[in-house]
Design a protein around this ligand. Sequence first.
Ligand code: FES
Ligand code: FE2
Length: 365
Amino acid sequence: MAKAAEYGLGPQTFPRGWFIVAEKSELDAGPMAVTFFGRDFALYRGESGRPVMLDAYCAHMGTHLTAGHSAMIVRNGKQIEGDSIRCPYHAWRYGPDGHVDDIPYHEGPCPKSASIRSYPVRDVMGCVMMWFDPEGGEPEFEPPYLKMWDDPRCVHWKLDHLGQINIHNIEVLDNMADVRHLGPTHGAPCEYFENEFRSHVVIQRQGGFIQHYKAHLDTVTWYTGPGLLLSKQTFGGVEMVELIANTPVDDGVTKAWHAVVMLGKNAPPSAEDIATQRAAQAGALEAFATDFEIWKNKRAAIKVMQLKTDGPFNNVRKWVGQFYKSREDARKVQEELNGVYAVQQFPQPSRELREKGYEDGLFGV
Ligand code: FES
Ligand SMILES: [Fe+2]
């Protein structure tokens, strides 16, 4: 298990960006104790419906705000008040901003030093996403959003929870450059390929015949920050968008989710539309599972032994590195990288294919 410093990503240990921390339905079921970025968090939904994410431990005596379910205040359904939460030990109340605003047995103002950190968190396409910034800054870009999600024909995904793997997420992101694994790993050798870097977004466009679907497949795949991949895939008259999300749990440990969304023929979607989407997601998961199996069993590639005819791993890694640097240094990386890159021996996609993604408003930049 290699760490951020070994890959030379730093100076930060964890990256800035939007990351999945739960599926919406999990949070709807009640407060959660979650661990990401080497820290523990309390995640709950306020009565207004707003998701709230706080550092986990109460300033008073260090109780985890959401790890237990047996305290009477929790069992009586009295822990959440509006969008605030009471500690299950002595009922200090934390607002969604992380400040203590009520101590039941204390008169006068609550101590300011009791405040804990609150994080930007949102419901996005059935996922609960947090903005993480090791320097504590506000979001500098929006999480990705697909217009099709609001189409009445849309069959919304349920996430595949893939669990944790002991691999740094940079090796997952390597896939963006990895033109040469598409044939051997996925049975879909590439016929054209390019990468484009647009500040906090990296795009991959590629296509070729895919054995699994017995059809020509075109994909436009993009990361919005280092944690959220969407991939629009078109083959044999089918159009779907795949989600692959990774969130660091600890340095060198990654949690992953997967899903597929597509439009049905009916509004609202019929049982058949839903069955088609579920089958598409299962098929895509099978393809993704081959990557996952490789990542699970490989040793770390601290440096890629990169041939001139490999994909541009070094550029993708440079792009990933920006999220581990100060915003000022990140901008320097962006200025250096922004643009379109071809790979030796591969034609680039037609202009139409390239422009379609922008027309569809896919990348949000
Ligand atoms: S430990 Fe939280 S209120 Fe006492
Ligand atoms: Fe792959």
